[in-house]
Design a protein around this ligand. Structure first.
Ligand SMILES: *Cc1c(COP(=O)(O)O)cnc(C)c1O
Length: 455
């Protein structure tokens, strides 16, 4: 066994995954099905067809097929920026004086700056294969919209992005990257859709939310010929595509005989975390190995740690299928001072079920602590992390410090989902000492819970 582990473990092109892994296939308790909000019956493929691409619907509804072949066209696209490096954080370990061995899988090495491109290219590919003209979507912080714009430009598809208005105004450069890749970007809520006009009439001056932008994007997709809607997180199909992260990480660790004790990821809608842990969770579900999995979420948007496990709407307009998930309610609006991403009210139904069954842990962290960890990490490892990713860094550092105290040399793997160059306003607040923490009170959360439909 080679004990000298390099700073970066790469895979060759031949070693890159040729299939995605569907963790649902190994789950005894499957995630609950999507429901039709009108009938409260499980959505059929035919009912989903006006919204999503056909092949993606098959992936969405398939709880039994463990492996899906990654089409060659997608594997070729992946080769432009994958395999992503698995880094041994020697410098961070030294700084923390910890006996822990820390690894991170870095997904920020592409223009979108995040892991979202892994699913964007897959979703755009199936849309193209179906002969569609284009796709619509929403974007919050902007990474998903950027990734989708890149994928659509590559395949020659039209791309309409509804961008949460406050991000549209705060992140003009993100918007321009999307436009450079040919996307049409509209601030949401807008006057271009019925649901947008309704929301604007009800809440004049609102700066929008992800749930609102989703409603607009779905309306445009279902009312325009040759268009479908695509989503960058939460859905089972997205977790499936993101399993490439975990499969690569596992292949790289296996080369050196390394087995992580703890696997950590930030959780917004759950796609990077789900993708990172999938192959490891598969081993745990099949009784072949054991791991601790930790989902990290912001204290200001605590879906897992303080949410309810219930059927809820995925969007503000209540036009999408209902999903059983840990949720704060589709009416939940995160605090305005929250800078660190991960603001979605709900969570992947697959991760929700795994968490509910005690197979995964979750914890929440405050944003000032997240930015402290981000800064510490940037100064020793060089990479300027996205605020979202820094939630995972925070908990990885905390676990490594515990190892220093107990003397245990645990192996920690975390997902470094992206870079933070477009988040310098938030870094500026942190550097100026003006960043604050907001933890919703039970009364604040009760307002969101009131929007969860009767079960
Ligand atoms: C979107 C995003 C996340 C959170 O989304 P998940 O679906 O929970 O993975 C995390 N980090 C970065 C950099 C992102 O762009």
């Amino acid at each position: 066994m080679n004990t000298e582990i390099p700073y970066k473990i790469y895979l060759s092109e031949e070693e890159m995954p040729k299939t995605w892994y569907n963790v649902r296939a190994d789950m005894k308790n499957k995630p609950a099905p999507l429901l039709n909000p009108a009938t409260r019956q499980p959505m059929t493929a035919a009912e989903l067809a006006p919204v999503f691409c056909d092949e993606l619907i098959q992936q969405e509804l398939d709880d039994t097929t463990a492996y899906f072949e990654i089409p060659k066209e997608i594997r070729d696209f992946y080769k432009m920026y994958r395999p992503s490096p698995l880094v041994r954080a020697y410098c961070l370990e030294e700084k923390l004086k910890t006996p822990a061995k820390i690894y991170y899988k870095f997904e920020g090495n592409n223009t979108s700056g995040s892991h979202k491109l892994n699913s964007a290219i897959a979703q755009a590919y199936y849309a193209k294969k179906q002969g569609l003209k284009g796709v619509t979507t929403e974007t919050g912080a902007g990474q998903w919209g950027t990734a989708l714009s890149m994928a659509c430009a590559y395949l020659g598809l039209d791309c309409k992005v509804y961008m949460v208005k406050c991000s549209y105004e705060q992140k003009p450069f993100r918007r321009e990257v999307m436009r450079t890749y040919g996307a049409n970007v509209t601030p949401s809520p807008s006057e271009t859709t019925a649901v947008g006009r309704k929301i604007l009439a009800e809440f004049p001056g609102t700066t929008g939310s992800l749930g609102c932008a989703i409603s607009e994007a779905v309306e445009v997709a279902t009312s325009s010929e040759g268009y479908r809607y695509v989503l960058g997180s939460v859905l089972n199909q997205v977790l499936l595509h993101q399993s490439v992260i975990g499969l690569e990480a596992k292949a790289a660790l296996d080369k050196y005989g390394v087995k992580p004790d703890i696997i950590i990821g930030c959780a917004g809608g759950g796609s990077n975390l789900g993708g990172l842990i999938s192959p490891f969770m598969g081993e745990k579900l099949r009784g072949e190995a054991d791991y601790r999995f930790i989902a990290v979420e912001p204290a200001s948007c605590p879906s897992f740690t303080r949410g309810k496990f219930a059927y809820d709407f995925c969007d503000t307009g209540m036009i999408c299928p209902m999903s059983k998930m840990y949720t704060l309610g589709s009416g939940f609006i995160p605090a305005a001072n929250h800078a660190g991403g991960l603001r979605y009210h709900g969570m992947s139904s697959t991760l929700s079920q795994l968490y509910h069954d005690g197979l995964m842990e979750a914890t929440s962290v405050k944003q000032t602590e997240v930015f402290e960890a981000a800064t510490e990490f940037a100064r020793v490892e060089g990479i300027l992390p996205a605020p979202e990713s820094s939630h995972a860094i925070r908990v990885a550092i905390d676990e490594a410090i515990k190892c220093r105290e107990t003397g245990e040399a645990k192996t920690i793997l975390f997902g470094l989902t992206g870079t933070g160059y477009f988040d310098m306003k938030a870094y500026e607040q942190f550097n100026n000492g003006t960043m604050t923490d907001y933890i919703p009170t039970d009364e604040d959360l009760a307002k969101g819970f009131a929007s969860i439909p009767q079960q």
